[in-house]
Design a protein around this ligand. Structure first.
Ligand code: ZN
Length: 274
C-alpha cells in the first residue's frame, strides 16, 4: 500500500514515487501509468516528493517538452496538477526540418502547440532567445525570465533537464542553470530529468553523442510513464522526427519510467557522476 501522505503529494497520485519506493519496471508497464503495488526498501526513510501545486517545465527548445520531459509532464497532468511550460527559444536553427529560420520557427511554434495539447499543459510561454546560443544569454536575465513565469503560474516546483543537459547540448545546460538559479531565488524545488547511467553509456557508445547519465543512488524520484502518450506528443514535432534515430533508439531502450534528481543552486546533494 502507498501511505496516504505520499498519495497527497503533487503528481504522486498517478505517477511519482520517491526513490525509496522501488518500482518494478515490468510490473509498471503491465499496470500502465496509474501505478499499483510498490514496495519500500528496508531501512530507508521516506524521500521527499514533489510539493503539491503547479509545475513549470523549463526547456530550451520546442520538442524538449515531448522528446525529453513528455513522460513526466503527461504523468503530472494525469495526476491533475496544473502543468505549464516555458520554452526559451523557438528552435529556429535546427538542422532538421529543411526550412530556413523564420519559416522553421513558425512551424515549430505550431508543433509545440500541438504537443502541449496532447500532454494536457495548462499554458505554454515562448521566448525568442537565440537557438544554439542560449549559453551566450546572461544567466541572470534568463533566471529573471524563469522567475517571472514561475510567479505568473504560481509554480510550486520547476522541472527541467538534468545538469549536463542529458545529451550535452549547451542550450539544455543553460536552460537548466536558469531553472536552478530561479528555483533558488524562489525557494522552490527544481527537478532535473536524468537518464540512467547504463542507458546513457549505451547511447554514447552507439551514437558518439556525449549523453550524461546518473546512478540510481543519485535519483530522488522515479516516475512510471505512459510512453504511448509521449509518442503521440512526439509525433506533433514532425519537422524534427525525420532521421532522428537517436530519439527512437533512446525510447526503445528506456524502461517505462523516468528518473528525476533534485537540483540545488549550491550543487547536487547526491553523487553527480555515474
Ligand atoms: Zn533540445
Amino acid at each position: 500500500m502507498v501511505p496516504a501522505d505520499r498519495t497527497r503529494a503533487a503528481c504522486a497520485q498517478e505517477g511519482f514515487r520517491a526513490r525509496s519506493w522501488r518500482v518494478d519496471p515490468l510490473a509498471a508497464a503491465a499496470r500502465g501509468r496509474h501505478g499499483g503495488t510498490v514496495s519500500r526498501e528496508p531501512g530507508t526513510a521516506p524521500s521527499p516528493s514533489l510539493p503539491r501545486g503547479p509545475v513549470l517545465a523549463v526547456c530550451a527548445h520546442p520538442d524538449d517538452e515531448s522528446f525529453g520531459l513528455g513522460g513526466v509532464l503527461a504523468a503530472c497532468t494525469a495526476a491533475g496538477e496544473a502543468t505549464h511550460l516555458l520554452c526559451l527559444t523557438l528552435g529556429e536553427r535546427s538542422t532538421l526540418g529543411g526550412l530556413a529560420a523564420p519559416e522553421l520557427a513558425e512551424r515549430r511554434i505550431a508543433e509545440l502547440d500541438c504537443a502541449a495539447g496532447v500532454l494536457g499543459l495548462r499554458s505554454v510561454a515562448r521566448r525568442t532567445h537565440p537557438d544554439g546560443a542560449l549559453a551566450a544569454v546572461p544567466l541572470d536575465a534568463l533566471a529573471d525570465t524563469v522567475v517571472d513565469e514561475a510567479r505568473r503560474v504560481g509554480a510550486a516546483s520547476l522541472l527541467t533537464f538534468d545538469e549536463g543537459g542529458v545529451s550535452g547540448h549547451p542550450d539544455h545546460e543553460q536552460a537548466t542553470r536558469a531553472a536552478v538559479a530561479a528555483g533558488g531565488r524562489m525557494a522552490i524545488p527544481v527537478y532535473g530529468w536524468a537518464l540512467p547511467h547504463a542507458l546513457a553509456a549505451q547511447l554514447a557508445r552507439e551514437t558518439g553523442q556525449p549523453f550524461v547519465g546518473r546512478p540510481r543512488g543519485a535519483v530522488d524520484l522515479v516516475v512510471p510513464v505512459d510512453r504511448a502518450r509521449q509518442w503521440t506528443a512526439i509525433r506533433c514535432h514532425r519537422s524534427q522526427l525525420s532521421g532522428n534515430r537517436v530519439l527512437r533508439r533512446r525510447l526503445a531502450l528506456a524502461a517505462p519510467e523516468e528518473w528525476l534528481r533534485e537540483l540545488r543552486p549550491d550543487g547536487p546533494g547526491r553523487p553527480a557522476a555515474g
